[in-house]
Design a protein around this ligand. Sequence first.
Ligand code: ADP
Ligand code: MG
Length: 380
Amino acid sequence: MILPPATLGMLGGGQLGRFFVAAAHEMGYKVWVLDPDPHSPAGLIADRHLQAGYDDFAALDTLADACAAVTTEFENVPAETLDYLAKFIPVRPGASAVAVCQNRIAEKSFLRDNGLPHGPFAVIHSEADIAAAPASLYPAILKVARFGYDGKGQARVTNAAEALHAFHQFKNEACVLEQMLTLDYEVSVVLARDENGKVKCFPTVENQHTRGILDVSIAPARASGCLRDSAQEYAERIAERLGFIGTLAVEFFVSRGELFVNEMAPRPHNSGHHTIDACVSSQYEQQVRALCGLPLGDTTQHSASVMVNLLGELWYEGGEPHGRYREPDWSILHAVPGLKLHLYAKHHARHGRKMGHFTVVGSDAADVLAKALAARAAIG
Ligand code: ADP
Ligand code: MG
């Protein structure tokens, strides 16, 4: 077991890393963050911010010297970086699990090979692959295999000609072409798995997206107990097959009452933010525990919760791209009983950028949802 006052390493300095730093600090650990961004939200509160690229081996040596173990909040850390660090200190999750989650082709192949439910898709490396894709895939979404997030690197296409056009716009990068499913709704499961293979899931969450970006998460999901349980079972199976150690998130589509795995994230997840305020142990505390070899914490959800993301447009008057830039009136949110506001201290608000979130907690799920939606409407 790695115990305080040990220093832990975090690759990536976004809001997920920032919450990890906060959880680790509460538990008595120190954290060093590696992120090239001088304004990185996690770097701002870390014990040390190594401002360097993920492929900067001198910085990796410094990190390995200082830290007892290292984890990540960002799936696009190069697998070589994780492999290199693993020569010196425990790296959790490991490079091979991260590699599956950071490439949509590897991810889809993993699902297929492990008998996990997923939507119809084709792997696209070339124009010929588009020509060979079955017409039954359309309408479809072309997604770049690597580095997409929040709906970026995705194009909705209704036929092969449009798919070809989108492929060219993505500079002929490797892609997957996914059938557009008719969604009843979306859910996700966040879990933690320790080095002995013990798994603890948080209750299944229901997610609403707007323009490809998570907007609202309702926890627990309003789905049937049976569907919530099967989502957890699939997520556990994925964690086991990946040999995963750490916090893992699995996103699902529910289409015509059936579950399909959408994608995995080898890290805490936006749809698990509510675990800070609504669960005994948060997804970030679980990440610390799994990293350090501590027993996993209690994932019991003690309050119903609804999480709402706060995007950059809120900083622009009227939500307009050219609206006046100003700080939203946070006093509106602070006045709502049961509402917890979390701001990430990002340097500058951009449209579509996740700047913060709030979670409303309470004993009555319908009341919590109504309060959260009213608060969202009130803040703009
Ligand atoms: P990201 O990495 O940006 O989260 P996703 O693949 O999860 O990318 O897509 C973002 C959102 O777009 C999904 O949560 C869903 O709302 C919608 N979407 C993506 N793929 C499909 C699909 N095949 N069918 C229907 N909706 C989809
Ligand atoms: Mg997603």
